[in-house]
Write a protein that binds this ligand. Structure first.
Ligand code: COA
Length: 387
């Protein structure tokens, strides 16, 4: 029995910052951000979008196409938690009207959280083949206004249905993982923004990729040239580009060409949306699926990395007819619909979103009809409404 990704939903908030504007405001050469970092734009979440509302909105993209009563597991991977105790997944379960017997919880290991959820979901479905699992990655990357990491921010969510006989990507057996207790990036409990040693994090990321990719090939006998595409956690496009350059360096021209072309297709959405932490690798997958033509059974490698640090490499096979299960036009419209912010507007919205709103003050959303949003707290209980 094959188990894997049957549905993918995507959401990103309705505002963005253009990297050329940001570069001018920060007295940087725009090419540093566009070429050196590899980013064009970044989505900005205002006070009314958080990990919960974005996760609901991403899942709603496919919810009416699945058997809701068969969902036995709902996992949310996030590093933008809305509560220290209650799981983001409970708010989401309620908004999606999932069955009461669903097992649901939140997982955390920086950007690795969604991959952890997918692996748990895969094993769950293997044991319960008539049930499915929803796994969500939902995050707002916040480094702070006028910081070195500012250019690598973003906001959004990817939601996936994991089930038997999947219609998009069958996950292969086997994986290689590597973990080390290090301090490249973290967010202390008293901080709304991340602490990062950017240069160190770039080196560790590359080191973890080399280790897991080498171990995976050794373990499985799969060669680099067997992959149609290699996908990476993309905190910013240049980071994955460097890993891909390392992967293809000793390959023949044909392999170099297709792995480079498919890297470009996979990076297209990330370039526009920015860093969405747990969901960044899966935004790359969505971008590849919707911007490249992939033959049935094409082998796709996935490298997941979470600072702190945890790395994992695994692979999947493209399922014949996968394109029928995508929402390509809607996803591209989702990105195109965003309104551009001036830098002062972005700074105001960004700083406002760092503060908890006053209790019992109802927030209004400027999102499209049907979109869920965070409406503030009532007697300190978080309220989520649909516009
Ligand atoms: N044109 C083209 N490229 C340019 C340029 C220009 N005018 N000016 C600089 N660059 C290039 C640099 O050569 C460098 O390329 P390289 O990485 O290939 O060496 C790149 O732009 C970045 O320049 P750098 O001086 O390193 O930028 P920085 O000191 O501002 O730091 C980050 C960049 C990414 C380290 C910083 O944004 C950060 O800390 N981000 C968060 C870290 C993160 O996300 N880590 C991953 C966690 S998984």
């Amino acid at each position: 029995m094959q188990v894997g990704i049957d549905q993918i939903g995507f959401y990103t908030p309705n505002k963005y910052v253009d990297m050329v504007d940001l570069a001018h405001a920060r007295n940087e050469d725009p090419n540093k951000f566009l070429i050196g970092i590899g980013q064009n734009k970044m989505s900005v979440a205002d006070q009314t979008q958080d990990a919960v509302s974005m996760g609901i909105n991403a899942t709603l993209r496919y919810l009416d196409q699945i058997a809701r009563e068969r969902v036995g597991l709902l996992i949310v991977g996030t590093e933008s938690s809305v509560d220290q105790s209650k799981s983001a997944s409970l708010f989401i379960k309620s908004a999606l009207a999932l069955p009461a017997n669903v097992r649901t919880f939140e997982v955390k290991e920086a950007c690795f959280g969604m991959t952890a959820g997918i692996m748990i979901a895969r094993d769950y479905v293997r044991l319960h083949p008539h049930h499915s699992a929803i796994v969500i990655g939902s995050d707002i990357a916040r480094y702070g206004v006028n910081t070195g990491g500012e250019v690598t921010q973003g906001a959004g969510s990817i939601s996936m249905l994991i089930k038997a006989d999947p219609q998009i990507l069958a996950i292969n057996n086997g994986h290689s993982s590597h973990s080390e207790d290090i301090n490249d990036f973290w967010r202390p409990n008293d901080s709304a923004v991340a602490v990062v040693d950017g240069k160190y994090s770039k080196n560790v990321y590359l080191d973890f990729f080399k280790q897991t990719f080498t171990a995976y090939r050794k373990q499985t006998g799969i060669k680099t040239s067997d992959f149609t595409a290699l996908l990476y956690h993309l905190p910013f496009v240049k980071m994955g580009f460097k890993a891909n350059e390392w992967a293809i360096t000793a390959q023949d021209e044909k392999t170099k060409k297709h792995l480079t072309e498919n890297f470009t297709a996979a990076a297209r959405y990330g370039k526009e949306v920015g860093n969405i932490y747990t969901a960044s690798l899966y935004l790359s997958l969505l971008s590849l699926l919707e911007n490249a033509k992939l033959p049935a059974n094409a082998k796709i490698g996935l490298f997941s990395y979470g600072s702190g640090a945890m790395g994992e490499f695994y692979s999947g096979q493209i399922v014949k007819g996968y394109e029928k299960n995508l929402h390509t036009n809607a996803d591209q419209k989702m990105i195109a619909r965003r309104q551009k912010l001036t830098i002062p507007e972005y700074e105001k919205i960004f700083n406002q979103a760092l503060e908890s709103p006053q209790d019992n003050l109802e927030l209004q959303s400027d999102e499209q009809t049907g979109t869920w949003y965070f409406a503030g707290t009532k007697n300190r209980i978080r309220q989520y409404f649909q516009k």
